[in-house]
Design a protein around this ligand. Structure first.
Ligand code: GLU
Length: 465
């Protein structure tokens, strides 16, 4: 039974990468009958904002990623981190460092001049000749010999020589904990068994393994999710291509595309479809592309997540959304789209629409047209005005306002006036919908029903009189 957590920093809203991390933690926890926890990493007091935290939680709720228990907030746990750091100092696993910012700058400059990797040189490690005054931070004494290795659930064995690491700050001079330290103390205290996060955290993970060990904590399993790439844009904002003509991709970024999950909600993607698509940014279920969150949780396996980068494809997301919408009863789709209409109309709209927004556009003829511009008035025609008036009269008298009867009325009128069907069909469409394109005009009329049709026709017949 896995105990998983999603640990966002509330320095922005929930973006696609974060949502996928949350989803994979949720799915893994649910798959194993375990627990999914939320930890708000708000130690950066300047950049962490309550409205971001609210937006992240609202987005998780929208996606349906329910948590087990209340959120843990790092800003409320400073005492825990301080106690853990003090314990490491007592055990000789962490130490006071009195190096000033100016001294560290000097060290970095000297190292850069020699072409060396800038690293803290452990000048205070093992010392107790502390000055009587002066600020100090606490640094973790990383082992200098040997290697640090993990067996990543997705990437397999990953190891780094310990000499690559320096001694990271765990508690700043003001007593606040750094990310790598707070996260490890919390993962231990919260009993996290599986840490699932983006592969950009891989180096942090190796540092954290040392800290887990030093604190005597059981080391969790780790899984690092592949990068997500989006289409690269050229200087004109158009999708760029490589010399070979293939589409060019780069790391997903808000410079290039909308990364805020809420953007997709607003464009009419529904939550189960978003979950379905986010899962596919790294995970594939052989033979099944469309699944519900519950089916995902049942089938999800971390071991099947790809190592290679995932590519965000908006068209694919829209297609998946369309499949989810089509699988719902029309009444539910109508409610989601905020449209009051019949099942028949929803089915017509869903022939093309992929999102709720597109559905509203497809069915915009349900709303009265907002006046007709000159082009549309032209469609009403002058030469067949008489025939059109006759059609309106005929429709007003129609007893059974069905698609078949309406079609027949148009045909009969055309015959009487020696016109071809579109000569009356098109003006009728324009009069009813305010557009030159719509589903079958007789079908549209029958869905609008007699009263609404006659009302719209009457208001149009006044035009130009
Ligand atoms: N707060 C970190 C972030 O938002 C996540 C850290 C973690 O998952 O351990 O990137």
């Amino acid at each position: 039974m896995a105990v998983c957590r999603f640990a966002p920093s509330p320095t922005g809203r929930l973006h696609l990468g974060g949502a996928r991390t949350a989803l994979f933690n949720w799915a893994w926890a649910r798959h194993s009958g375990g627990t999914f926890l939320l930890r708000i990493e708000d130690t950066d007091r300047q950049r962490s904002l309550p409205e971001h935290e609210e937006a992240i939680i609202a987005a998780l709720d929208w996606l349906g990623l329910e948590r087990d228990g209340p959120a843990v907030r790092q800003s409320e746990r400073a005492a825990l981190y301080q106690a853990a750091a003090e314990r490491l100092v007592e055990e000789g696993k962490a130490y006071r460092c009195y190096a000033t910012a100016a001294e560290l700058d000097e060290l970095r400059t000297a190292q850069e001049r020699q072409g060396l990797k800038p690293q803290y040189d452990r000048r205070w490690r093992g010392r107790t000749d502390w000055p009587a005054t002066g600020e100090y931070c606490l640094r973790f004494a990383t082992p200098t010999e040997g290697d640090c290795a993990i067996s990543d659930l997705i990437r397999g064995e990953v190891s780094v020589a310990n000499k690559e690491f320096d001694d990271p700050v765990i508690l700043r001079a003001d007593g606040s904990a750094t990310y790598n330290f707070a996260a490890v103390v919390d993962d231990g205290e919260m009993g996290i068994t599986d840490v699932i996060r983006g592969e950009d955290h891989l180096t942090n993970t190796l540092r954290q393994v040392h800290i887990h060990r030093a604190l005597g904590q059981e080391i969790p399993r780790f899984a690092h999710l592949p990068l997500i790439l989006g289409r690269r844009l050229d200087e004109n904002g158009e999708p760029a291509t490589l010399e070979s003509g293939e589409p060019a991709y780069e790391r997903l970024s808000k410079r290039n595309m909308a990364v805020d999950v809420d953007h997709y909600r607003q464009m009419g993607i529904i939550a189960p479809a978003m979950v379905n698509y986010l899962a596919q940014l790294g995970w594939t279920q052989p033979g099944q592309e469309v699944y519900t969150p519950a089916e995902l949780a049942a089938a999800f396996e971390l071991g099947k997540v790809n190592k290679s980068a995932a590519r965000f494809d908006l068209e694919r997301l829209q297609w998946i959304n369309q499949q989810h919408l089509r699988a719902l009863p029309p009444a539910e789709v109508a409610e989601l789209a905020g449209i009051e209409t019949s099942a028949e109309a929803i089915e017509i709209g869903m022939e093309k629409a992929r999102t709720l927004t597109e559905l509203r556009e497809e069915l915009s003829w349900l709303q009265p047209p907002e006046g007709l511009d000159a082009t549309l008035q032209g469609q009403l025609g002058d030469d067949n005005r008489e025939a059109f008036a006759a059609l309106v009269q005929r429709l007003e008298k129609l007893e059974e306002f069905s698609q078949g009867a309406i079609k027949q009325a148009i045909k009969d009128c055309c015959k009487e006036h020696g016109l071809k069907f579109p000569r009356l069909g098109m003006p009728l469409r324009v009069a009813l919908t305010g557009k030159t394109k719509s589903p079958d005009v007789a079908l549209v009329a029958s869905i609008l029903e007699s009263n609404i049709c006659c009302e719209r026709l009457r208001s149009v017949s006044k035009i130009g009189k």
